[in-house]
Ligand binder design. Sequence first.
Ligand code: FES
Length: 82
Amino acid sequence: MARLVRHTATGPYKIQLHELPPDKPVFICGCGLSQTLPFCDGSHKGCRAEETGKLYIYDVDRKLVTETRVDLEDEANRSVPE
Ligand code: FES
């Protein structure tokens, strides 16, 4: 079985845990490319050159397979089946 999940973030989400000192934030992956999910491992650097309006597909090794121009705004306005 395969699945496509759309991630539009190109960087991590910074969170602060009360148990850790303020200078030790935790970074949660927002790009979907991390090999250490849910934590960021720096793999997002590979998607920084992605252009708006294109769909990028990565393989399981997080290597770019293809890029395709798509109208993501139209796609976002489609209703999600229940
Ligand atoms: S945000 Fe995904 S690896 Fe950093």
